[in-house]
Design a protein. Sequence first.
Length: 234
Amino acid sequence: MAINESFFIFRSARFCFFAYILNVYADFGEKKRGSMILPVNGKFEMPALPYAKADLVPVLTAETIEFHYGKHLQTYVNNLNAALPGTAFEGKSLEEIVKTSEGGVFNNAGQILNHALYFLQFAAPKEGNAPTGKIADAIVRDFGSFEKFQEEFQAKGAGLFGSGWVWLSADASGKLVITQEANAQNPLTKGLTPLLTFDVWEHAYYIDYRNRRPDYMKALWSIVNWDVVNERFM
Protein backbone atom coordinates (compact mmCIF):
# COMPACT_ATOMS: atom_id res chain seq x y z
CA MET A 1 0.00 0.00 0.00
CA ALA A 2 2.84 2.40 0.87
CA ILE A 3 4.49 1.74 -2.49
CA ASN A 4 1.27 2.37 -4.38
CA GLU A 5 0.66 5.58 -2.46
CA SER A 6 4.22 6.78 -3.18
CA PHE A 7 3.79 5.99 -6.87
CA PHE A 8 0.47 7.86 -6.95
CA ILE A 9 2.02 10.90 -5.25
CA PHE A 10 4.95 10.82 -7.69
CA ARG A 11 2.63 10.66 -10.72
CA SER A 12 0.46 13.46 -9.34
CA ALA A 13 3.48 15.68 -8.68
CA ARG A 14 4.84 15.02 -12.18
CA PHE A 15 1.46 15.82 -13.73
CA CYS A 16 1.23 19.10 -11.78
CA PHE A 17 4.75 20.05 -12.86
CA PHE A 18 4.06 19.49 -16.56
CA ALA A 19 0.71 21.26 -16.27
CA TYR A 20 2.52 24.25 -14.76
CA ILE A 21 5.07 24.30 -17.59
CA LEU A 22 2.31 24.14 -20.20
CA ASN A 23 0.48 27.00 -18.51
CA VAL A 24 3.64 29.10 -18.48
CA TYR A 25 4.11 28.61 -22.21
CA ALA A 26 0.43 29.19 -22.89
CA ASP A 27 0.56 32.45 -20.96
CA PHE A 28 3.69 33.45 -22.83
CA GLY A 29 2.03 32.70 -26.15
CA GLU A 30 -1.02 34.74 -25.24
CA LYS A 31 1.17 37.69 -24.32
CA LYS A 32 3.02 37.46 -27.61
CA ARG A 33 -0.22 37.28 -29.56
CA GLY A 34 -1.72 39.98 -27.38
CA SER A 35 1.11 42.37 -28.23
CA MET A 36 -0.27 42.68 -31.76
CA ILE A 37 -3.68 43.80 -32.96
CA LEU A 38 -5.19 40.94 -34.95
CA PRO A 39 -8.41 40.72 -36.96
CA VAL A 40 -11.31 38.75 -35.49
CA ASN A 41 -13.10 36.57 -38.07
CA GLY A 42 -11.33 38.55 -40.78
CA LYS A 43 -12.26 41.99 -39.44
CA PHE A 44 -10.59 44.49 -37.15
CA GLU A 45 -12.61 45.66 -34.18
CA MET A 46 -12.74 48.87 -32.20
CA PRO A 47 -10.35 48.85 -29.21
CA ALA A 48 -12.29 48.69 -25.95
CA LEU A 49 -11.74 51.79 -23.83
CA PRO A 50 -10.47 51.06 -20.29
CA TYR A 51 -12.54 53.96 -18.93
CA ALA A 52 -15.99 55.50 -19.34
CA LYS A 53 -16.40 58.34 -21.83
CA ALA A 54 -16.81 60.92 -19.05
CA ASP A 55 -13.84 59.71 -16.98
CA LEU A 56 -11.30 62.02 -18.65
CA VAL A 57 -13.20 65.25 -17.86
CA PRO A 58 -12.14 68.07 -17.74
CA VAL A 59 -9.16 67.21 -19.98
CA LEU A 60 -11.28 65.55 -22.66
CA THR A 61 -15.07 65.72 -22.52
CA ALA A 62 -17.46 62.87 -23.23
CA GLU A 63 -18.48 64.73 -26.40
CA THR A 64 -14.90 64.68 -27.67
CA ILE A 65 -14.58 60.95 -26.94
CA GLU A 66 -17.92 60.32 -28.65
CA PHE A 67 -16.83 62.07 -31.83
CA HIS A 68 -13.12 61.27 -31.88
CA TYR A 69 -13.32 57.64 -30.77
CA GLY A 70 -16.90 56.81 -31.68
CA LYS A 71 -17.02 58.38 -35.14
CA HIS A 72 -13.52 59.16 -36.49
CA LEU A 73 -11.86 55.94 -35.33
CA GLN A 74 -14.92 53.86 -36.24
CA THR A 75 -14.71 55.24 -39.78
CA TYR A 76 -11.07 54.15 -40.12
CA VAL A 77 -11.99 50.66 -38.88
CA ASN A 78 -14.89 50.41 -41.33
CA ASN A 79 -12.76 51.64 -44.23
CA LEU A 80 -9.93 49.19 -43.57
CA ASN A 81 -12.28 46.22 -43.20
CA ALA A 82 -13.89 47.13 -46.53
CA ALA A 83 -10.50 47.43 -48.26
CA LEU A 84 -8.85 44.18 -47.09
CA PRO A 85 -10.84 41.36 -48.77
CA GLY A 86 -8.93 39.86 -51.68
CA THR A 87 -5.65 41.60 -50.80
CA ALA A 88 -2.35 40.24 -49.50
CA PHE A 89 -3.09 41.90 -46.16
CA GLU A 90 -5.98 39.63 -45.18
CA GLY A 91 -5.28 37.90 -41.86
CA LYS A 92 -2.22 40.00 -41.07
CA SER A 93 -1.80 41.95 -37.86
CA LEU A 94 -2.43 45.66 -37.89
CA GLU A 95 1.26 46.28 -37.22
CA GLU A 96 2.29 44.18 -40.23
CA ILE A 97 -0.13 46.08 -42.45
CA VAL A 98 1.22 49.43 -41.25
CA LYS A 99 4.80 48.32 -41.94
CA THR A 100 4.16 47.00 -45.45
CA SER A 101 1.20 48.81 -47.01
CA GLU A 102 0.68 52.12 -48.77
CA GLY A 103 -2.12 54.32 -50.06
CA GLY A 104 -5.59 53.97 -48.62
CA VAL A 105 -4.87 50.71 -46.80
CA PHE A 106 -1.92 52.30 -45.03
CA ASN A 107 -3.81 55.48 -44.16
CA ASN A 108 -6.66 53.62 -42.49
CA ALA A 109 -4.47 50.97 -40.82
CA GLY A 110 -2.08 53.65 -39.57
CA GLN A 111 -4.89 55.69 -38.11
CA ILE A 112 -6.40 52.67 -36.35
CA LEU A 113 -3.05 51.81 -34.75
CA ASN A 114 -2.30 55.44 -33.87
CA HIS A 115 -5.69 55.96 -32.26
CA ALA A 116 -5.54 52.65 -30.39
CA LEU A 117 -2.21 53.62 -28.84
CA TYR A 118 -3.57 57.09 -28.07
CA PHE A 119 -6.88 56.16 -26.44
CA LEU A 120 -5.52 53.18 -24.49
CA GLN A 121 -2.78 55.23 -22.80
CA PHE A 122 -5.18 57.37 -20.74
CA ALA A 123 -6.75 57.18 -17.28
CA ALA A 124 -8.71 59.55 -15.05
CA PRO A 125 -6.96 62.90 -14.42
CA LYS A 126 -4.39 62.90 -11.63
CA GLU A 127 -2.78 65.98 -10.15
CA GLY A 128 1.01 65.97 -10.35
CA ASN A 129 0.94 63.01 -12.73
CA ALA A 130 4.49 61.97 -13.61
CA PRO A 131 6.24 58.89 -14.98
CA THR A 132 7.47 56.15 -12.66
CA GLY A 133 9.57 53.03 -13.04
CA LYS A 134 11.72 52.18 -16.02
CA ILE A 135 10.32 54.86 -18.33
CA ALA A 136 10.98 57.56 -15.71
CA ASP A 137 14.64 56.53 -15.48
CA ALA A 138 15.00 56.44 -19.28
CA ILE A 139 13.44 59.91 -19.66
CA VAL A 140 15.93 61.39 -17.20
CA ARG A 141 18.78 59.53 -18.89
CA ASP A 142 17.95 60.68 -22.42
CA PHE A 143 16.40 64.14 -21.84
CA GLY A 144 17.90 65.31 -18.56
CA SER A 145 14.59 65.59 -16.67
CA PHE A 146 10.88 65.00 -17.09
CA GLU A 147 10.36 68.75 -17.43
CA LYS A 148 12.89 69.01 -20.27
CA PHE A 149 11.25 66.05 -21.99
CA GLN A 150 7.81 67.68 -21.67
CA GLU A 151 9.14 70.93 -23.10
CA GLU A 152 10.65 69.25 -26.17
CA PHE A 153 7.66 66.97 -26.69
CA GLN A 154 5.17 69.85 -26.51
CA ALA A 155 7.30 72.06 -28.79
CA LYS A 156 7.41 69.36 -31.46
CA GLY A 157 3.68 68.70 -31.14
CA ALA A 158 2.76 72.37 -31.32
CA GLY A 159 5.19 72.95 -34.17
CA LEU A 160 4.00 70.13 -36.42
CA PHE A 161 2.44 71.79 -39.46
CA GLY A 162 -1.00 70.53 -40.41
CA SER A 163 -2.25 67.19 -39.10
CA GLY A 164 -0.31 64.42 -37.43
CA TRP A 165 1.14 62.99 -34.24
CA VAL A 166 4.03 63.59 -31.86
CA TRP A 167 5.55 60.41 -30.46
CA LEU A 168 7.87 59.17 -27.76
CA SER A 169 9.48 55.97 -29.02
CA ALA A 170 12.40 53.68 -28.26
CA ASP A 171 15.02 52.57 -30.76
CA ALA A 172 16.52 49.09 -30.89
CA SER A 173 19.01 49.96 -28.12
CA GLY A 174 16.30 51.32 -25.81
CA LYS A 175 17.22 54.97 -26.35
CA LEU A 176 14.19 57.29 -26.29
CA VAL A 177 13.47 59.60 -29.21
CA ILE A 178 10.75 62.14 -30.01
CA THR A 179 9.44 62.21 -33.57
CA GLN A 180 6.87 64.17 -35.53
CA GLU A 181 4.73 61.99 -37.80
CA ALA A 182 2.43 63.55 -40.40
CA ASN A 183 -1.08 62.31 -41.12
CA ALA A 184 -1.27 58.51 -40.51
CA GLN A 185 2.45 57.84 -40.09
CA ASN A 186 3.68 55.74 -37.18
CA PRO A 187 7.21 55.27 -35.75
CA LEU A 188 6.97 51.55 -36.55
CA THR A 189 7.79 52.41 -40.16
CA LYS A 190 11.15 53.77 -38.93
CA GLY A 191 12.01 50.69 -36.90
CA LEU A 192 11.03 52.33 -33.61
CA THR A 193 8.79 51.08 -30.81
CA PRO A 194 6.00 53.61 -30.11
CA LEU A 195 5.43 54.31 -26.42
CA LEU A 196 3.41 57.51 -26.03
CA THR A 197 1.61 59.77 -28.47
CA PHE A 198 -0.39 63.00 -28.58
CA ASP A 199 -2.80 63.33 -31.49
CA VAL A 200 -2.50 66.81 -33.00
CA TRP A 201 -5.11 66.42 -35.71
CA GLU A 202 -7.52 69.28 -35.07
CA HIS A 203 -10.49 66.95 -34.59
CA ALA A 204 -8.74 65.59 -31.48
CA TYR A 205 -9.12 68.82 -29.56
CA TYR A 206 -11.33 71.34 -31.37
CA ILE A 207 -14.52 70.63 -29.39
CA ASP A 208 -12.79 71.26 -26.06
CA TYR A 209 -9.96 73.65 -26.97
CA ARG A 210 -10.91 75.17 -30.32
CA ASN A 211 -7.57 76.08 -31.99
CA ARG A 212 -5.52 76.06 -28.77
CA ARG A 213 -3.33 73.05 -29.53
CA PRO A 214 -0.65 73.91 -26.90
CA ASP A 215 -3.29 74.10 -24.14
CA TYR A 216 -4.70 70.74 -25.18
CA MET A 217 -1.25 69.13 -25.13
CA LYS A 218 -0.41 70.61 -21.74
CA ALA A 219 -3.65 69.23 -20.28
CA LEU A 220 -3.04 65.70 -21.59
CA TRP A 221 -0.15 65.09 -19.17
CA SER A 222 -2.59 64.68 -16.28
CA ILE A 223 -4.35 61.71 -17.93
CA VAL A 224 -1.34 59.74 -19.21
CA ASN A 225 -1.32 56.26 -17.70
CA TRP A 226 2.40 55.72 -17.16
CA ASP A 227 1.83 52.07 -16.27
CA VAL A 228 0.69 51.51 -19.86
CA VAL A 229 3.72 53.39 -21.20
CA ASN A 230 5.98 51.23 -19.04
CA GLU A 231 4.35 48.07 -20.39
CA ARG A 232 5.06 49.23 -23.94
CA PHE A 233 8.68 49.93 -22.98
CA MET A 234 9.36 46.51 -21.45
